[in-house]
Ligand binder design. Structure first.
Ligand code: EPU
Length: 458
């Protein structure tokens, strides 16, 4: 397993571009199962999760041309309906093939995804929504078997759960409803920009979805969906992560393709903390703005509570915890989506952070500088928070198991090195002491590896 060796304390400066969104791309790719036409996606990021989705769709009879950038998909064998455990276990997001497959093929068999490193991840709402549309659902040998021999039928569905709306649950039920007979209303639908992107894609394929971006979706079923070409939205979580990278190093960084329009809760917290995100180009196109990120020398503490969109995203909680470790005073972070998503706390503490956790809430006592240390992350966003801490730390930080990062950030070390960071990807077999490699690492980024296959997925 590869690791990153980071020489901390370098101020970041320069310009990079934000890639296409992973969490938008995965359900967009699954929508290829709903049509006999060709689905062409542009701005697909180069990530191991995307490779895993490609493998899964091939297993389900989809011909795929391209791995990232521009990807063309077309169903060649509509009889393959089994999404097997070997692939599903690598990526929980595999569940998003269930709704599209059921809608078009009227049957689907998908291995039940398990829990993940930040707790239980139920899919009861996905199944409840599909059952409400008329599907019969059984569980056999760890697989969900969903059938609707007469096709699905529109209805009114409340899709909220104990933590509010569900993103991939909404993707599944909304996509399935596009081919149902009659009209479906989804109440408490997820409003995340990735769901908006999916609804826009489906409408460009011929679906009739109304109230896009609201918690009450209205979907008029159609007979069939056709071909389309669609450009994936920029990744708001990657954008937020690189903005934090600028802030923790007191840098001056320009980020292109910054989707500020769907990041207002994040910008609000940045403002409170003393991080300035200024639009310098693209005022009239706020999903694709160019921003300059700078910060005050002294950062202020604040309160953050994660919530469904448009609230503060859980996928940036860990990165903001790193930032708040550097603020002068006590901050409070409450996790309302995944109360156990705190795998980074113990590792940040190894680097000198002072964080006190009580259930879903952490008090971050800021103002204690990070010190480089060997750390290990348990999931994608926790890994990102450790890299950010490593950038700000005095000395060398080694972050192991960075296959997690390759799931959601395209060659993160190359991007950060362009901005002046000094990060080296160290192959497991070529491990040598940190002091020997870091000093010569600045030029090594371009030889960084392609992403490994993910071993465990949130
Ligand atoms: N939930 C239920 N029942 C369900 C589904 C969800 O109770 O049937 C609960 C979950 O346990 C959680 C909450 O509802 O407490 C929200 O979960 P959601 O279903 O919205 O999560 P998801 O769709 O499985 C997506 C992202 C996650 C992101 C969450 C929340 C993808 C591929 N994944 O997951 O992204 O954290 O929404 O915004 O879109 C990541 O990128 O690092 C990541 C984990």
């Amino acid at each position: 397993m590869d690791s990153f060796r980071i020489q901390g304390g370098r101020r970041l400066a320069g310009r990079i571009q934000i890639e296409g969104s992973k969490n938008a791309t995965l359900p967009l790719m699954a929508a290829a199962l709903c049509t006999d036409g060709t689905l062409t996606l542009r701005n697909v990021p180069c990530l191991s999760d995307i490779s895993n989705m490609t493998k899964l769709l091939r297993q389900l009879g989809v011909e795929i041309d391209g791995e990232c950038g521009t990807v063309k998909m077309r169903v060649a064998d509509p009889n393959a309906i089994h999404a097997k455990y070997e692939i599903v276990k690598t990526m929980r997001a595999s569940i998003c093939v269930l709704g599209p497959m059921l809608a078009r093929r009227r049957r689907a068999r998908v291995s039940m995804p398990g829990g993940c490193s930040f707790g239980e991840r139920p899919i009861d709402l996905h199944l409840r929504g599909l059952e409400a549309l008329g599907a019969k659902i059984e569980l056999t040998e760890g697989d969900i078997i969903a059938t609707a021999p007469q096709g699905l039928k529109g209805t009114t569905i409340f899709l909220g759960g104990p933590f509010g709306s569900t993103v991939l649950g909404t993707a599944n039920v909304m996509t399935a409803a596009t081919l149902a007979k009659g009209t479906t209303i989804i109440e408490c639908a997820a409003c995340e920009p990735e769901i908006v992107d999916l609804a826009n894609l489906l409408n460009s394929m011929g679906a009739r979805i109304e109230n896009i971006g609201s918690p009450r979706l209205v979907i008029h079923g159609v007979e069939s969906l056709g071909s389309t070409t669609h450009t994936v939205i920029p990744d708001r979580i990657v954008a937020g992560t690189y903005a934090v990278a600028a802030a923790v190093t007191n840098g001056d960084v320009i980020l292109e393709e910054f989707p500020i329009d769907c990041m207002l809760s994040v910008i609000d917290r940045f403002n409170e903390i003393g991080v300035h995100v200024e639009v310098i180009e693209g005022h009239d196109n706020p999903m694709h703005a160019t921003v300059r990120v700078t910060s005050d020398r002294t950062l202020k503490p604040t309160t953050i509570t994660t919530q469904p969109h448009p609230g503060f995203p859980t996928d940036l909680q860990a990165q903001f915890m790193t930032l708040l470790c550097l603020a002068e005073g006590n901050s409070i972070i409450t996790e309302k989506i995944y109360p156990e998503r705190f795998g980074h706390v113990a590792e940040l503490s190894r680097m000198g952070a002072k964080i006190y956790r009580q259930g879903p809430t952490c008090v971050v006592s800021g103002g204690h500088p990070f010190k480089g240390a060997p750390v290990m992350a348990s999931d994608l966003r926790a890994s990102a928070s450790l890299v950010l801490a490593g950038l700000a730390a005095e000395g060398v930080t080694e972050v192991s198991r960075i296959y997690h990062l390759d799931r959601g950030y395209t060659r993160m070390e190359e991007q950060l090195n362009v901005l002046g960071a000094r990060i080296e990807r160290v192959r497991e077999e070529s491990k040598v002491p940190a002091a020997e490699t870091v000093s010569s690492s600045a030029s090594s980024a371009s030889s960084a590896s392609t992403p490994e296959t993910a071993k465990l997925e949130p």
